[in-house]
Design a protein around this ligand. Structure first.
Ligand code: KG4
Ligand code: ZN
Length: 333
């Protein structure tokens, strides 16, 4: 069973061919990140143009690498939200055209669900029921996953997303965009206990996050040093910021696992690329008897393979869309 997965929700144009929902035959990712760097964030118009220019090339490459032809594909899975509306529409338009021309089903995919599926796809054993943690540039969510389709939203960020906080702090420290990878790198030489940035835990029973306060705390800290003509200890700030961010994530994730008596945890989204976060979640899992699963390396960032993989599960449940399918930029669980 060959499924083509199309992902164009933000700055990655990605198409994959996946066999039986598990075996990745190809997963081509063309990122427009380099074009956004000088603006300090993703510029929607530039991302959309990049998708339009690259999508047919990415499609050809994905088919070629997989060693298949279009007529071998049995269904098209496509991300329809959340994301940038223009960017989503490029992928959706291609998906509809292929589905119509090849007379095969069109499967709509929620990007957040696909991020979690990337960890489910990589794990050997059955994971349900489990807790899911999505940590990306646009979202930070905790969910209870009863089975592949029954997902209950338990908490989400009330302001900045986790990745967004990394990007904003990197901007404050003039470290460029995106912030996550560079903050992780700089943290290696810093002392995570050197600066006590505030942790926001909100109400006692809430599984929501709030990351805007810590970002402002970093800003004021750096500004005060500069005003007093003191050296800004970038590595220590990065390490202490990262430590505080992960304390908040860990605290809520652990409480969720305990409350729901979950023995499994799946984590997805760009911030799951961070090794310190993964190590800390594994360590927490060891103490709480929860096994944590993460995506394989090529699936940390946005990619078509997670879309095609989830597409297989939904194909089996006949969750097809008709040609009125449109982009849903604010889609949630
Ligand atoms: O999932 P993703 O590729 O795109 C969205 O769906 O938003 O996530 C991108 C986010 C960016 O904010 C980036 O700074 C963050 O993931 N990120 C990281 C790391 N690598 C990427 N954050 C922390 N540590 C990393 N190593
Ligand atoms: Zn994403």
């Amino acid at each position: 069973m060959l499924i083509l997965g199309i992902e164009t929700s933000c700055d990655e144009t990605s198409i994959a061919v996946v066999s039986d929902g598990k075996k990745i035959l190809s997963n081509i990712i063309s990122s427009s990140l380099h074009l956004h760097k000088k603006y300090g964030g993703v510029v929607p118009e530039i991302a959309c143009r990049h998708h339009t220019e690259l999508i047919n090339i990415v499609l050809d490459k994905a088919l070629k690498k997989a060693g298949v032809r279009l007529k071998d594909i049995e269904a098209i899975a496509v991300t329809y939200g959340p994301g940038l509306v223009g960017a989503l529409l490029v992928g959706i338009s291609l998906a509809k055209a292929l589905s119509y021309a090849l007379k095969i089903p069109l499967i709509p995919i929620n990007h957040l669900h696909a991020h979690l599926y990337s960890a489910i796809m990589s794990s050997e054993k059955e994971v349900f029921p489990c807790i899911g943690l999505v940590v990306s540039g646009g979202h930070s969510s905790l969910v209870y996953i009863k089975d592949i389709e029954q997902i209950q939203l338990l908490g989400q960020t009330r302001d900045d997303a986790c990745g967004e906080a990394f990007d904003k702090v990197a901007k404050i420290l003039n470290l460029g965009f995106p912030g996550g990878p560079v903050i992780e790198k700089r943290s290696e030489r810093g002392d995570p206990k050197s600066i006590k940035f505030p942790r926001s835990y909100l109400e006692k029973d809430s599984f929501d996050f709030s990351f805007s306060g810590i970002k402002t705390a970093v800003l004021y800290y750096a500004q005060a040093l500069k005003k007093n003509k003191k050296r800004v200890p970038v590595a220590d700030i990065c390490a202490s910021f990262q430590e505080a961010m992960f304390d908040m994530l860990l605290n809520k994730t652990k409480d969720c696992c305990v409350k729901k008596k979950a023995k499994r945890l799946v984590v997805g989204g760009g911030v799951s690329a961070n090794k310190t976060l993964r190590d800390r979640l594994v360590e927490m899992g060891r103490k709480e008897d929860v096994k944590a699963s993460f995506p394989i390396k090529e699936m940390y960032m946005d990619n078509g393979a997670m879309v095609a993989g989830l597409g297989f599960e939904l194909y089996n449940r006949k969750r097809f869309a008709d040609y009125t399918l449109s982009a849903e930029p604010n889609l949630n669980f």
